[in-house]
Design a protein around this ligand. Structure first.
Ligand SMILES: C[S@@+](CC[C@H](N)C(=O)[O-])C[C@H]1O[C@@H](n2cnc3c(N)ncnc32)[C@H](O)[C@@H]1O
Length: 279
Protein backbone atom coordinates (compact mmCIF):
# COMPACT_ATOMS: atom_id res chain seq x y z
CA UNK A 1 0.00 0.00 0.00
CA UNK A 2 2.50 2.58 -1.10
CA UNK A 3 0.52 4.99 -3.21
CA UNK A 4 -1.43 7.97 -1.94
CA UNK A 5 -5.12 7.16 -1.72
CA UNK A 6 -8.07 9.20 -2.90
CA UNK A 7 -9.69 9.55 0.51
CA UNK A 8 -9.61 12.71 2.57
CA UNK A 9 -8.10 12.45 6.03
CA UNK A 10 -11.24 14.07 7.47
CA UNK A 11 -13.18 10.95 6.43
CA UNK A 12 -11.53 9.07 9.27
CA UNK A 13 -13.89 8.95 12.25
CA UNK A 14 -11.20 10.14 14.65
CA UNK A 15 -10.98 13.46 12.79
CA UNK A 16 -14.65 14.04 11.92
CA UNK A 17 -16.05 15.98 14.86
CA UNK A 18 -13.09 17.99 16.07
CA UNK A 19 -15.09 20.42 18.20
CA UNK A 20 -15.15 17.64 20.81
CA UNK A 21 -11.59 18.46 21.88
CA UNK A 22 -12.41 21.92 23.21
CA UNK A 23 -15.78 20.70 24.54
CA UNK A 24 -14.00 18.00 26.53
CA UNK A 25 -11.37 20.47 27.71
CA UNK A 26 -14.00 23.00 28.86
CA UNK A 27 -16.00 20.27 30.58
CA UNK A 28 -12.93 19.12 32.50
CA UNK A 29 -12.05 22.68 33.45
CA UNK A 30 -15.57 23.29 34.70
CA UNK A 31 -15.69 20.13 36.77
CA UNK A 32 -12.28 20.83 38.34
CA UNK A 33 -13.22 24.51 38.84
CA UNK A 34 -9.70 25.45 37.70
CA UNK A 35 -7.44 25.07 34.68
CA UNK A 36 -6.40 21.42 34.34
CA UNK A 37 -2.68 20.63 34.34
CA UNK A 38 -1.05 19.24 31.21
CA UNK A 39 -1.06 15.81 32.85
CA UNK A 40 -4.78 16.15 33.54
CA UNK A 41 -5.66 16.98 29.93
CA UNK A 42 -3.49 14.21 28.49
CA UNK A 43 -6.50 11.93 27.94
CA UNK A 44 -7.92 14.68 25.73
CA UNK A 45 -4.90 16.05 23.88
CA UNK A 46 -2.57 13.04 23.40
CA UNK A 47 -3.92 11.27 20.30
CA UNK A 48 -1.62 8.27 20.55
CA UNK A 49 -1.30 5.33 22.93
CA UNK A 50 -0.03 5.49 26.51
CA UNK A 51 -0.31 9.29 26.73
CA UNK A 52 2.52 11.20 28.39
CA UNK A 53 4.35 7.98 29.22
CA UNK A 54 5.17 7.68 25.50
CA UNK A 55 6.34 11.30 25.40
CA UNK A 56 8.57 10.75 28.43
CA UNK A 57 10.03 7.79 26.58
CA UNK A 58 10.89 10.03 23.62
CA UNK A 59 12.52 12.62 25.91
CA UNK A 60 14.60 9.93 27.58
CA UNK A 61 15.61 8.03 24.46
CA UNK A 62 16.46 11.02 22.27
CA UNK A 63 17.92 13.10 25.13
CA UNK A 64 15.80 16.18 24.42
CA UNK A 65 16.99 19.03 26.59
CA UNK A 66 16.63 22.78 27.14
CA UNK A 67 16.92 24.91 23.99
CA UNK A 68 16.98 21.89 21.67
CA UNK A 69 15.13 22.48 18.41
CA UNK A 70 12.62 19.66 17.93
CA UNK A 71 10.37 18.83 14.98
CA UNK A 72 7.05 17.08 15.78
CA UNK A 73 5.50 15.56 12.65
CA UNK A 74 1.71 15.26 12.61
CA UNK A 75 1.32 17.13 15.89
CA UNK A 76 -2.48 16.84 16.15
CA UNK A 77 -3.91 19.22 18.75
CA UNK A 78 -0.44 19.68 20.23
CA UNK A 79 -0.54 17.45 23.32
CA UNK A 80 2.91 15.90 22.86
CA UNK A 81 4.47 19.27 21.88
CA UNK A 82 3.10 21.04 24.98
CA UNK A 83 4.20 18.28 27.33
CA UNK A 84 7.66 18.22 25.71
CA UNK A 85 8.07 21.99 25.83
CA UNK A 86 6.88 22.24 29.43
CA UNK A 87 9.10 19.42 30.64
CA UNK A 88 12.31 20.22 28.77
CA UNK A 89 12.04 23.90 27.79
CA UNK A 90 12.93 22.94 24.23
CA UNK A 91 11.66 24.72 21.10
CA UNK A 92 9.15 22.69 19.11
CA UNK A 93 8.10 23.09 15.48
CA UNK A 94 4.77 21.26 15.49
CA UNK A 95 3.62 20.50 11.94
CA UNK A 96 -0.01 19.49 11.45
CA UNK A 97 -1.82 18.88 8.16
CA UNK A 98 -5.38 19.60 9.34
CA UNK A 99 -6.19 23.27 9.93
CA UNK A 100 -8.97 22.55 12.43
CA UNK A 101 -6.59 20.54 14.62
CA UNK A 102 -3.78 23.06 14.25
CA UNK A 103 -6.10 25.91 15.33
CA UNK A 104 -7.13 24.00 18.45
CA UNK A 105 -3.46 23.25 19.13
CA UNK A 106 -2.59 26.97 19.01
CA UNK A 107 -5.49 27.86 21.30
CA UNK A 108 -4.52 25.30 23.94
CA UNK A 109 -0.82 26.23 23.68
CA UNK A 110 -1.74 29.88 24.32
CA UNK A 111 -3.89 28.84 27.31
CA UNK A 112 -0.83 27.15 28.82
CA UNK A 113 1.42 30.10 27.91
CA UNK A 114 3.74 27.89 25.87
CA UNK A 115 3.55 29.94 22.66
CA UNK A 116 7.18 31.07 23.04
CA UNK A 117 8.28 27.43 22.92
CA UNK A 118 5.99 26.03 20.24
CA UNK A 119 5.47 27.08 16.63
CA UNK A 120 2.26 25.50 15.38
CA UNK A 121 2.52 25.14 11.60
CA UNK A 122 -0.46 24.09 9.49
CA UNK A 123 1.26 22.25 6.64
CA UNK A 124 2.01 18.99 4.91
CA UNK A 125 5.43 17.82 6.08
CA UNK A 126 6.21 16.77 2.49
CA UNK A 127 5.72 20.32 1.24
CA UNK A 128 6.78 22.71 3.99
CA UNK A 129 9.95 24.75 3.46
CA UNK A 130 11.93 25.05 6.72
CA UNK A 131 14.61 27.16 4.99
CA UNK A 132 17.86 26.40 6.76
CA UNK A 133 16.57 25.10 10.10
CA UNK A 134 18.28 21.95 11.39
CA UNK A 135 16.66 19.96 14.18
CA UNK A 136 18.41 18.38 17.15
CA UNK A 137 15.62 15.84 17.30
CA UNK A 138 12.55 14.75 15.36
CA UNK A 139 9.57 13.04 16.97
CA UNK A 140 6.32 11.61 15.64
CA UNK A 141 3.41 9.67 17.11
CA UNK A 142 1.01 7.70 14.86
CA UNK A 143 1.37 10.06 11.91
CA UNK A 144 3.90 8.55 9.49
CA UNK A 145 1.58 5.79 8.25
CA UNK A 146 -0.78 8.55 7.05
CA UNK A 147 1.94 10.07 4.85
CA UNK A 148 2.56 8.72 1.32
CA UNK A 149 5.97 8.70 -0.44
CA UNK A 150 8.08 7.18 2.35
CA UNK A 151 11.39 7.58 0.48
CA UNK A 152 10.68 11.25 -0.13
CA UNK A 153 9.73 11.73 3.53
CA UNK A 154 12.89 10.02 4.77
CA UNK A 155 15.07 12.12 2.48
CA UNK A 156 13.45 15.28 3.85
CA UNK A 157 14.01 14.11 7.44
CA UNK A 158 17.62 13.19 6.70
CA UNK A 159 18.29 16.75 5.54
CA UNK A 160 16.41 18.35 8.45
CA UNK A 161 18.15 16.36 11.18
CA UNK A 162 21.48 17.43 12.66
CA UNK A 163 24.19 14.85 12.14
CA UNK A 164 24.17 13.76 15.78
CA UNK A 165 20.39 14.00 16.20
CA UNK A 166 17.85 11.28 16.92
CA UNK A 167 14.44 10.52 15.46
CA UNK A 168 11.81 8.91 17.71
CA UNK A 169 8.77 7.37 16.01
CA UNK A 170 5.66 5.43 16.98
CA UNK A 171 3.90 4.04 13.93
CA UNK A 172 1.92 1.18 12.42
CA UNK A 173 3.07 -1.58 10.08
CA UNK A 174 1.18 -4.20 8.11
CA UNK A 175 1.11 -7.51 9.95
CA UNK A 176 -0.57 -9.82 7.47
CA UNK A 177 -1.45 -10.07 3.81
CA UNK A 178 -4.75 -8.40 3.09
CA UNK A 179 -7.06 -8.29 0.09
CA UNK A 180 -7.46 -5.24 -2.14
CA UNK A 181 -10.84 -4.63 -0.60
CA UNK A 182 -9.35 -4.64 2.90
CA UNK A 183 -6.65 -2.27 1.67
CA UNK A 184 -9.29 0.09 0.39
CA UNK A 185 -11.11 -0.01 3.72
CA UNK A 186 -7.88 0.72 5.57
CA UNK A 187 -7.19 3.64 3.25
CA UNK A 188 -10.64 5.06 3.87
CA UNK A 189 -11.25 4.35 7.56
CA UNK A 190 -7.69 4.47 8.88
CA UNK A 191 -6.23 6.82 6.27
CA UNK A 192 -3.38 4.40 5.76
CA UNK A 193 -1.15 5.75 2.99
CA UNK A 194 1.95 3.83 3.90
CA UNK A 195 1.46 0.48 5.55
CA UNK A 196 4.13 -2.11 4.79
CA UNK A 197 5.43 -5.27 6.48
CA UNK A 198 8.01 -4.72 9.23
CA UNK A 199 10.83 -6.13 7.11
CA UNK A 200 10.09 -3.65 4.31
CA UNK A 201 9.70 -0.85 6.86
CA UNK A 202 13.21 -1.47 8.22
CA UNK A 203 14.70 -1.81 4.74
CA UNK A 204 13.28 1.57 3.78
CA UNK A 205 15.01 3.17 6.78
CA UNK A 206 18.29 1.50 5.90
CA UNK A 207 18.05 2.39 2.19
CA UNK A 208 17.58 6.02 3.19
CA UNK A 209 20.77 6.11 5.27
CA UNK A 210 19.24 5.70 8.71
CA UNK A 211 20.63 3.41 11.37
CA UNK A 212 18.08 1.66 13.60
CA UNK A 213 19.21 2.01 17.23
CA UNK A 214 16.23 0.55 18.97
CA UNK A 215 12.97 -1.01 17.80
CA UNK A 216 10.21 -2.29 20.03
CA UNK A 217 7.15 -4.16 18.82
CA UNK A 218 4.21 -2.45 20.55
CA UNK A 219 1.45 -4.65 19.07
CA UNK A 220 0.52 -6.49 22.28
CA UNK A 221 0.75 -3.33 24.39
CA UNK A 222 -1.40 -1.32 21.95
CA UNK A 223 -3.94 -4.16 21.66
CA UNK A 224 -4.43 -3.98 25.42
CA UNK A 225 -4.46 -0.16 25.40
CA UNK A 226 -7.09 0.02 22.65
CA UNK A 227 -9.20 -2.64 24.37
CA UNK A 228 -9.19 -0.71 27.68
CA UNK A 229 -9.88 2.55 25.83
CA UNK A 230 -12.83 1.02 24.03
CA UNK A 231 -14.33 -0.54 27.16
CA UNK A 232 -13.90 2.71 29.05
CA UNK A 233 -15.53 4.69 26.27
CA UNK A 234 -18.50 2.30 26.16
CA UNK A 235 -18.87 2.56 29.94
CA UNK A 236 -19.02 6.36 29.68
CA UNK A 237 -20.98 6.50 26.40
CA UNK A 238 -23.94 8.42 27.87
CA UNK A 239 -21.61 10.97 29.48
CA UNK A 240 -19.85 11.47 26.12
CA UNK A 241 -23.21 12.13 24.46
CA UNK A 242 -24.03 14.69 27.15
CA UNK A 243 -20.70 16.53 26.79
CA UNK A 244 -20.74 16.41 22.98
CA UNK A 245 -23.60 14.75 21.09
CA UNK A 246 -24.60 11.31 19.78
CA UNK A 247 -23.02 11.79 16.38
CA UNK A 248 -19.65 12.70 17.92
CA UNK A 249 -19.80 9.86 20.45
CA UNK A 250 -20.66 7.37 17.68
CA UNK A 251 -17.79 8.55 15.47
CA UNK A 252 -15.34 7.98 18.29
CA UNK A 253 -16.88 4.66 19.25
CA UNK A 254 -16.53 3.45 15.64
CA UNK A 255 -12.93 4.61 15.48
CA UNK A 256 -11.93 3.09 18.82
CA UNK A 257 -13.54 -0.22 17.73
CA UNK A 258 -11.69 -0.14 14.42
CA UNK A 259 -8.29 0.54 16.04
CA UNK A 260 -8.81 -2.33 18.48
CA UNK A 261 -10.02 -4.68 15.70
CA UNK A 262 -7.02 -3.95 13.49
CA UNK A 263 -4.58 -4.62 16.31
CA UNK A 264 -6.34 -7.59 17.92
CA UNK A 265 -6.88 -9.32 14.56
CA UNK A 266 -3.18 -8.86 13.75
CA UNK A 267 -3.93 -6.82 10.64
CA UNK A 268 -1.71 -3.99 11.80
CA UNK A 269 1.07 -3.99 14.35
CA UNK A 270 2.71 -1.15 16.23
CA UNK A 271 6.33 -0.11 16.52
CA UNK A 272 8.33 2.36 18.56
CA UNK A 273 11.84 3.02 17.25
CA UNK A 274 14.80 5.36 17.36
CA UNK A 275 17.02 6.07 14.37
CA UNK A 276 20.18 8.05 13.70
CA UNK A 277 21.80 9.19 10.48
CA UNK A 278 24.23 6.72 9.01
CA UNK A 279 27.12 9.02 8.07
C1 LIG B 1 -3.16 10.00 15.13
S1 LIG B 1 -2.83 11.70 14.96
C2 LIG B 1 -1.61 11.89 16.23
C3 LIG B 1 -1.43 13.34 16.65
C4 LIG B 1 -0.28 13.58 17.62
N1 LIG B 1 0.97 13.07 17.08
C5 LIG B 1 -0.54 12.98 18.97
O1 LIG B 1 0.02 11.91 19.23
O2 LIG B 1 -1.31 13.55 19.76
C6 LIG B 1 -1.85 11.85 13.46
C7 LIG B 1 -1.78 13.26 12.92
O3 LIG B 1 -0.91 13.33 11.78
C8 LIG B 1 -1.41 14.35 10.91
N2 LIG B 1 -0.81 14.22 9.56
C9 LIG B 1 -1.13 13.28 8.64
N3 LIG B 1 -0.44 13.48 7.50
C10 LIG B 1 0.34 14.58 7.69
C11 LIG B 1 1.27 15.29 6.88
N4 LIG B 1 1.51 14.90 5.62
N5 LIG B 1 1.88 16.39 7.40
C12 LIG B 1 1.61 16.78 8.68
N6 LIG B 1 0.73 16.15 9.49
C13 LIG B 1 0.10 15.05 9.02
C14 LIG B 1 -2.90 14.12 10.97
O4 LIG B 1 -3.63 15.21 10.47
C15 LIG B 1 -3.12 13.82 12.44
O5 LIG B 1 -3.45 14.96 13.18
Amino acid sequence: MKKSNMFKIEEMNLYKTTDRFLNNYKHLKKSLKRAPTLEEISDIDQLHYNGIEAVNEAILKTKIKENNIVLDIGSGIGGPARYLANKTNSIIYAVELQKSLNDIASELTNNYKLEKNIFHINADILKYNFNKIKFNNIVSWLALYHIPKRDELLKILYNLLENKGYIYVEDFYLKKNITNNEKKLLAKNFHANHLVPLKTYKEELKNNKFYLLDCLDMSADWTKFTQDRLLNFKKNYVKHIQINNKNTADNILKFYSLAHDLLSKNIVGGIRYIIKKNI
